[in-house]
Design a protein around this ligand. Structure first.
Ligand code: NAD
Ligand code: DAU
Length: 342
């Protein structure tokens, strides 16, 4: 059992769900949460646990912040990253800085202070297209966006710290997560909250691109299995739920649960480099740890949608702040440029 774990990016969507998961499953483990509080980091995500874990506001790319924290810990779970594909198309530099250079600073600290386990939270985006079958851990990495390429750089840098310095790094590559506290720039919370506000649901292109969707707690339980194991250094594990759905499938579920009409759907200009299909084979994870996703897709999607219905006090302040400028910039004139037929 790990005693003190440094969680980076623990005020974001998955990180905050992971801190809560650890608090519930392993209350004896001390958590230090290092987060810069970018636009995506939100202390409200962990308001109920504010005095039950230690929060440090700081940048993973700053060794003066990182070093003393890593020295105190026996393990790291590294979530902190710039994470939105569309933003990476506009501002790639921030992705290289945090996702690649920030990971380098953490790995250097792990090397200096003899960390027992470094769980590097990578993503299935590093594979690029899943052609013909779900991606396997040994497949080539063919990332298609600056976000995915930055994550691929970090993923392989982490691996090199295992092969070169023997740092006990283990790497996860998970599919699209859904659940509570997801920043409303991502498909599901954006479309749910737009529909609640009576706004259009901007589907990129034809909307037949598919993703595999996993409940965030199933991702957390997979990461916990990787964190607790002493024999997985240098390994990569895919994490998927086998729930491949298109953007239109997801949109129609949201409309149905909310009792809204499909006239809200608006097809707009496509995302450059839009990946047609992401899906992974997670047989290795299941064989190694007996891990399986526990959450039923239909039921937990319904619950997730209901969570946003029940928590306007969480998402309304977000959507009225920095988000509004982002939204205008991102979506402003895209319908005008749209040439895609439904
Ligand atoms: P998110 O954008 O919701 O949260 C990211 C968090 O990192 C925020 O709290 C932010 O403040 C923090 N952060 C950003 N830059 C930082 C820096 N320089 N120093 C310290 N903190 C910083 O992201 P998420 O969706 O929760 O993703 C978390 C991790 O999981 C990322 O590494 C992402 O690549 C990976 N991942 C996400 C998904 C998904 O579906 N969301 C799937 C697979 C993997
Ligand atoms: O696959 C894992 C990845 O999943 C993570 O590594 C990323 O951090 C996470 O953001 C997510 O990337 P996606 O690009 O798949 O997520 P997003 O929610 O942005 O888009 C999901 C799909 O929905 C994608 O096909 C694009 C489409 N989409 C998205 C938005 C925001 C739309 O059609 N309209 C939209 O407005």
């Amino acid at each position: 059992m790990r005693e003190r774990v440094l969680v980076t990016g623990g005020m974001g969507f998955i990180g905050s769900n992971f801190v809560r998961y650890m608090h519930d499953q392993h209350p004896e483990v001390q958590i230090i949460n290092l987060d810069k509080l970018t636009y995506a980091g939100n202390p409200a995500n962990l308001a109920d646990l504010a005095d039950r874990h230690r929060f440090v506001r700081g940048d993973v790319a700053d060794p003066t912040v990182v070093d003393p924290l890593v020295r105190e810990c026996d393990a790291i779970v590294h979530f902190a990253a710039e994470t939105h594909v569309d933003r990476s198309i506009a501002y790639a530099g921030e992705f290289v800085q945090t996702d690649v250079y920030g990971t380098f600073i953490l790995l250097e600290a792990a090397r200096k202070y003899g960390i027992k386990r470094f769980v590097h939270v990578s993503t299935d985006e590093v594979y690029g297209e899943a052609v013909g079958r779900p991606s396997l851990e040994g497949d080539a990495l063919m990332p298609k966006s600056p976000y995915a390429a930055s994550k691929a750089g970090a993923d392989r840098l982490a691996y090199s710290y295992y092969t070169t310095y023997g740092i006990p790094v283990v790497i996860s590559r998970c599919v699209n997560n859904y659940g509570p506290y997801q920043y409303p720039e991502k498909l599901i919370p954006l479309f749910v909250t737009n529909a609640l506000e009576g706004k259009k649901l901007p589907v990129y292109g034809h909307g037949r691109n598919t993703r595999d969707w996993i409940h965030v707690e199933d991702h957390c339980s997979a990461l916990d299995a990787l964190l607790q194991d002493d024999d997985n250094a240098g390994e990569v594990f895919n994490v998927g739920a086998g729930q491949e759905k298109s953007v239109l499938d997801i949109t129609n579920i949201i409309l149905k649960v909310l009792g809204k009409n499909d006239s809200l759907i608006e097809h707009i200009a496509d995302r450059p480099g839009h990946v047609a299909r992401h899906a992974v084979d997670s047989t290795k994870l299941t064989r190694t740890y007996g891990w399986k996703p526990r959450y039923d897709f239909e039921e937990s999607m319904r619950r997730t949608i209901q969570w946003y219905v029940d928590h306007p006090e969480w998402w309304q302040p977000i959507k009225s702040g920095e988000f509004r400028r982002y939204y205008d910039e991102q979506y402003g004139d895209r319908s005008v440029r749209n040439t895609i037929q439904r």
